[in-house]
Design a protein around this ligand. Sequence first.
Ligand code: SF4
Length: 381
Amino acid sequence: MLGIYVHVPFCVKKCGYCDFLSFPGMENCFRGYVKALCGEIESRGKLHGTEEGGKARVDTVFIGGGTPTVLPAEYLAEILGTVEKTFDVIPGAEITVEANPESATFEKLSKLREAGFNRLSIGFQSLSDRRLSAIGRIHDSKKALEAFAAARKAGFDNVNVDLIFGFPGEPEGEFAATLEGVLTLKPEHVSCYSLIVEEGTPLAENVRSGMLPEPDDVRDRADYRLAVRRLKEAGYVHYEISNFALPGRESRHNLRYWHQREYLGFGPGASSFYGGRRFANSSDVERYVSGIFETDPDSDETMTQAALRDEFMMLGFRLTEGPDFDLFAEKFGRRPEDYFAGRLEKLEKRGLIEKRACGGRPYALTEKGLDFANEVFEEFV
Ligand code: SF4
């Protein structure tokens, strides 16, 4: 069973903190892009059929960006239709599209729901108009709330809301107010990410020049703990470092990444994991639109069994339940203790992971480990 990721590298305007592969003002390329994308899905998809000549089975599809909803709904339906023609998308598959409030109108969302999308992920980021404007978002809180209402009215009963905390200069209580506002909406899923000041972004420049203060680590951690506490109190399961879901509404597509399951990525910059090989497409959008689908030579690795085992542990520790030792044994023939006893003991002594009662998942991050998760991951790199 495979997952499919499709990248849409377009946005209305570039946000001040963003270093994703996304470009504003490329409306003239939309038609050509969708044609190229469908061409790539069809040609590469055919290579992944079953030995008997059948189509590969797919249980999650995720169209992300960028802002996929800058495309007309008909184009997104065409992309999904091509995925469904090329692969055997099983009944009940999770089919997600990312949206930003300014382009998530009721009309568009209704068409997307009709086309078969059954999960929507909306980039709220904040419900403070001051913060949204300061970080260069083009929507305000009213638009975000309208987009959420439109999603419900259009029939989306599985909605994620993306939030960011830890903005430089964010007044105390601002994130708490956003969180409370989101809780009143009762989305099925909430993702809360700590802002990262990425080199080369306007935000990094503003911090360097002193226009904005350095991010405050103490506040960042306090806001993270607040999110964990409030979302848990509201009935959400904290299932991954940054992700919270009502029971049974975890993102199946993202769980695939953390369980080291296979997926194919389409579109410029999209990465894939298939047959023990991790590789990514070239990020050159213009060449892509002209129908040239190249793999990025810097990002193509056939992984050794040892590297796969390390990676399995690293990804598994992102999950609050910890890595699945039974699944590990199924994949690699022996249990993690046979390879990692020393490292697990060391991390436990440092208070970053702890033993749990559950047999299949005997180790998980501690509260301290949630704050210093990178130090846990480094043990498995
Ligand atoms: S909407 Fe998202 S992908 Fe687009 S520029 Fe802003 S942060 Fe980047």
